[in-house]
Design a protein around this ligand. Structure first.
Ligand SMILES: Cc1cc2nc3c(=O)[nH]c(=O)nc-3n(C[C@H](O)[C@H](O)[C@H](O)COP(=O)(O)OP(=O)(O)OC[C@H]3O[C@@H](n4cnc5c(N)ncnc54)[C@H](O)[C@@H]3O)c2cc1C
Length: 420
């Protein structure tokens, strides 16, 4: 192996959680490396075109801010690049969400990492981990010149699919008790849309039912979201869906081909049956299918459904979860929701970010330790920013002091503007 790099903290994966983790760690004075296999940052927010942030505010009426810190700074950075790239809206389901332009998010993330002095390796895939005495000592990575090694004191897995946890032998979970996960969806973008027309889930449903009756095949979801931004004739459509069975290349290929084929039939259905879409053009598929749920870590503690539903607070909280369980268990139906008290949040404890069997491994984002229903609330991107921020700070504190002192972690998060 030709090269070895050394850092205090390494962040695996540059989605919403990974970027927040990298900034949090660097601001806490750790020498930080972020590794991302794509050519750009953002994860599902950019690579899968999921262009609405949920979870910055508590869901339902009386929205209260649940997330600030790095997540909020990224919103400001996007706005400074283009004031129309961020749009605060009340969604079709009555939640205060933030629609955003994914291309500006890519650039905002580059800028914020650069300002904080985070080293970032794009086009780099983590392919292995060496562990000793219950800790990761180094990871193996590959780029187009070959395989190299990175050593660090502490690692944050923000890969969404718990890929570093899996490679290092950390305990992981997959789905519910029967091993079922939430449906995956391949978003696509259309331009030339008259957004003044009714594009609500109900209008979509009527159009898709008509299209099915007329014999248009390969349409899964009848009811689903079309995301629009004020002043733009481009929308993101979240409909073509499939049930994930695993993460092997064979399974991933099958899912990409299946959902990509669905896209073309949805475009035809919309052109024919959805008012405002008569002249629409397909501008982008994906690029990648978006996974709501795959592998997650088994943590020192686990967030439970009752914690989310009762809006439980705890002394070792390191982030706020503002969302409610939003469960997509079918490929042909909209999500089901479990109701929570409006205007309130639950605390996410440090233990839910700490691997139960690898001493220097943290999780961030949609792969933190939670039961099936709680998972359905913590996976939204506002919360991913918050758990990423806290995992990065916790990793930096552990790298500096040799242990994850909760008082130091909370004090540093507070200093960095996170909401606790
Ligand atoms: C269809 C769909 C609709 C959704 N709708 C919403 C919504 O409206 N609002 C909302 O807030 N949330 C929504 N979500 C959820 C949200 O998008 C995700 O849960 C969130 O983006 C996950 O962020 P993350 O940073 O944890 O992981 P990801 O965004 O998945 O980022 C992980 C990153 O790690 C990288 N990576 C993985 N493995 C490796 C490796 N071995 N080496 C190097 N890099 C690696 C990946 O390339 C990726 O960039 C939706 C999800 C889907 C799929």
């Amino acid at each position: 192996m030709s090269k070895t790099f050394q850092y205090d903290v390494v962040i695996a994966g540059g989605g919403t959680a990974g970027v927040a983790a990298a900034v949090g760690a660097a601001r806490a004075k750790a020498k930080t490396l972020l590794i991302e296999r794509n050519p750009y940052l953002g994860g599902e927010a950019t690579h899968s075109g999921v262009s609405a942030f949920c979870g910055f505010y508590t869901c339902g009426g009386n929205p209260v801010k649940a997330v600030a810190g790095v997540g909020e700074e990224l919103l400001k950075e996007m706005e400074s690049l283009n004031s129309e790239s961020v749009d605060y809206i009340i969604s079709a389901t009555g939640n205060k969400n933030i629609n955003f332009h994914p291309e500006y998010l890519k650039c905002a993330m580059d800028n914020v990492l650069e300002k904080e002095g985070v080293t970032c390796f794009l086009h780099t895939r983590i392919i292995g981990a060496k562990t000793k005495d219950g800790e990761i000592k180094s990871i193996q990575c590959v780029d187009d010149e070959g395989i190299f090694q990175v050593e660090a004191r502490v690692f944050v897995d923000a890969t969404g699919d718990a890929n570093l946890a899996h490679l290092s032998g950390a305990d992981t979970l997959w789905g519910d008790e029967e091993g079922n996960v939430q449906a995956a969806t391949l978003p696509f973008r259309l331009s030339g849309v008259d957004i003044s027309c009714d594009l609500t889930p109900e209008a979509v449903e009527q159009a898709v039912i008509k299209a099915k009756k007329a014999g248009i095949q390969h349409l899964t979801r009848e009811k689903g979201f079309i995301l629009k931004r004020e002043g733009s004739n481009q929308v993101a459509v979240l409909l073509p869906s499939v049930m994930p069975t695993g993460l092997s290349s064979q399974e991933l290929t099958k899912m990409e081909l299946d959902t990509r084929r669905q896209v073309l039939y949805y475009v035809e259905a919309f052109r024919r049956y959805l008012k405002g879409m008569e002249q629409c053009e397909l501008t982008m598929i994906g690029p990648s299918i978006g996974f709501r749920e795959t592998r997650r870590i088994k943590g020192k503690s686990m967030i439970k459904a009752e914690d989310v539903l009762n809006r439980k607070k705890c002394e070792d909280g390191v982030a706020r979860g503002g969302w409610k369980p939003e469960i997509h268990k079918d490929t042909d139906k909209m999500a089901t929701y479990m109701d929570v008290k409006e205007g309130s949040w639950f605390d996410i404890p440090l233990g839910a970010l700490q691997s139960d069997n690898i001493g220097n491994l943290y999780a961030a984002g949609r792969m933190i330790s939670a039961d099936e229903a709680a998972f359905a609330a913590v996976r939204v991107m506002g919360t991913c920013f918050a758990t990423g921020h806290s995992a990065g700070v916790a990793a930096a504190v552990q790298a500096e002091y040799g242990e994850a002192d909760i008082r130091k972690i909370r004090a540093e998060l507070d200093r960095q503007g996170a909401l606790l």
